[in-house]
Design a protein around this ligand. Structure first.
Ligand code: HEM
Length: 521
């Protein structure tokens, strides 16, 4: 017994020490493991505060704000927004690394609470993470919905451009709100392409739903950065989300039902719209077989998939194209000599006795340069939003799994090391070699010019978007001469932008048209 007590007395101090030592060692080991995994430091960035990190810089997460921060911290910078690591990229080389070299790691999409809810838990393509489901969805969209052939077969684009030209003509020389005009044009085209012409009377209701979706996508929600505080919801966002999705359900479900009925009776004489195309894949039972090459045997679409894809098209295809047309018009009004040059080309190639036809577009070299220069200076989606699928090393910095990656296309397009006089609107730079090599096209092979992104997640609607943009711009510039209202000088124009899903002009462009061509409109 004595011996036992003696032994206990000897081991007691060790036991007490071990009680403290074991957790301490465990903690040190886990830190060591993390350090071993994180061989590189985070990219440089402003010092964060406890818990909230850099959330005090929330208003800097715009193309202009991040470009300013990049001047201080470099082309790859790190911010911690609450619990979310964020890496902002403002140079072409790092963009290439993310979009091409390590694209399989950087091709997920971040999704906020609003995005998840309003896309039926990412049942769409734009917000689906990179993987088998996204691949099959993308195939359907590219082959069935967005091909150039399909775009050209859409009477809707040509018809709606005609409606717009007639509306301008009807203004009888009074000032026209060009912003509103092109916004209506692109909404009409996309709505008709998605639902056909027969659902036209519901369009205003649908636009209201889209506007609420847009507000909810952009609303600040604390749950996105500090998830455990989601229950607080001081702005009542959760209630608005439920209401918005209910509104969409009741609107689109009715249209889907009508299309199904039409399909069953086989009564439609109209050209198939997007809902018709998507219904060819419809089933109540989700299916995904990514080994099959045949689209029909590889995937079934549910109602939620169909609704979510239609919303992708509405959001991806309206404001982007509208913003492109309006910015091109605004830049040309600001540079009358450029406006003259592009109109002269239209007069030379098309003449003033007939309207522009699709076959003319390929010959309008300078118009195409105007479009490129517009998208360089004002990319409709100024920041690409990606997310990492695993830990990564980028330009010798550590980027943890699940980080938000913001690629500042706007800043990259204005990089003064790559572009001469980057702030100046000079379409002719695309005619000659005053551009970074290789000469940029829209495919995203030159990372100084990526208005449609590049690689796996690049824009699948590019052909359709360019087709509409070029056709509408050609008609507006060919049919009318444009002047600023009330004797305003080009230097008086407000060309500031606002940041949202896209970056349109803060003050919509207003201009006075006068008839230019000699044939009837
Ligand atoms: C001038 C017009 C347009 C521009 C500049 C544009 C630009 C872009 C950009 C920059 C992206 C993101 C790329 C990335 O994250 O890496 C994107 C994605 C997308 N765009 Fe466009 N877009 C245009 C027109 C359209 C049109 C007309 C449609 C459909 C009708 C469309 C549908 C989409 C979709 C669905 C995505 C998501 C793709 C994915 O996540 O896999 N876009 N677009």
């Amino acid at each position: 017994m004595d011996l036992l007590l003696q032994a206990k007395a000897i081991t007691e101090p060790y036991r007490t020490t071990l009680t403290f030592l074991i957790p301490l060692l465990t903690m040190l080991l886990s830190i060591a493991l993390r350090i071993r995994r994180k061989t590189a430091p985070y990219p440089p960035g402003p010092k964060g505060l406890p818990i909230i990190g850099n959330m005090n810089l929330m208003d800097q997460l715009t193309h202009r704000g991040l470009a300013k921060l990049a001047k201080q911290y470099g082309g790859v910078l790190h911010l911690r927004m609450g619990f979310v690591h964020t890496v902002a990229i403002s140079n072409a080389e790092a963009a290439r690394e993310v979009l091409q070299v390590q694209d399989s790691i950087f091709s997920n999409r971040p999704a906020t609470v609003a995005i998840r809810y309003l896309t039926y838990e990412r049942a769409d393509m734009a917000f689906a993470n990179y993987g088998a489901f996204w691949r099959q969805m993308r195939k359907i969209c590219v082959i069935k919905l967005f091909s150039r052939k399909r775009a050209e077969s859409w009477k809707s684009v040509r018809d709606e451009v005609d409606v717009t030209v007639r509306a301008v003509r009807a203004s009888n020389g009074k000032a026209v709100n060009v912003g509103e005009l092109v916004s209506n044009l692109t909404k009409n085209i996309t709505y008709r392409a998605a639902f056909g012409s027969s659902c036209r009377e519901g369009q205003d209701e649908f636009i209201t739903i889209l506007q609420e979706f847009s507000k909810l996508f952009g609303a600040f929600n604390i749950a996105d950065f500090v998830p455990c505080l989601g229950w607080v919801d001081p702005q009542g966002l959760n209630r608005r989300l439920v209401k918005a999705r209910e509104a969409l359900d009741s609107f689109i479900d009715k249209i889907i039902d009508e299309h199904m009925l039409k399909k069953k009776k086989n009564t439609s004489e109209e050209e198939g719209d997007m809902v018709d195309e998507l219904l060819n894949f419809y089933s109540d039972h989700p299916k995904l077989n990514h080994e099959s090459d045949d689209l029909h045997s590889s995937i079934n679409l549910t109602r939620d998939n169909i609704k979510a894809i239609i919303m992708d098209v509405m959001f991806g295809g309206t404001e982007t194209v509208g913003s492109g047309i309006e910015w091109a018009m605004a830049e040309l009004m600001r540079r009358p000599e450029e406006l003259k040059r592009v109109q002269q080309e239209l007069a030379d190639v098309v003449g003033l006795e007939r309207r522009v036809e699709e076959s003319d577009i390929e010959k309008l070299t300078y118009l195409k340069c105007v479009v490129k220069e517009t998208l360089r200076l004002h990319p409709p989606i100024p920041i690409l939003l990606h997310q990492t699928a695993q830990d990564a090393t980028l330009c010798n910095y550590f980027v943890p799994k699940g980080s938000r990656v913001m690629i500042n296309v706007w800043a990259i397009g204005r990089d003064q090391d790559a572009w001469q006089q980057p702030e100046s609107f000079t379409p002719s730079r695309f005619l000659n070699s005053a551009v970074p090599v290789p000469v940029p096209d829209f495919k995203g092979t030159n990372f100084h010019f990526i208005p449609f992104g590049s690689g796996r997640r690049s824009c699948p609607g590019m052909q359709l978007g360019l087709y509409t943009l070029e056709l509408a711009l050609a008609h507006l510039l060919h049919c009318f001469t444009w002047d600023l209202p009330h004797g305003m000088k080009p230097s008086d124009m407000d060309t500031s932008d606002v940041f949202g899903l896209t970056a349109p002009l803060a003050t919509p462009l207003v201009a006075v048209p006068s008839n230019r061509i000699l044939c009837p409109l």
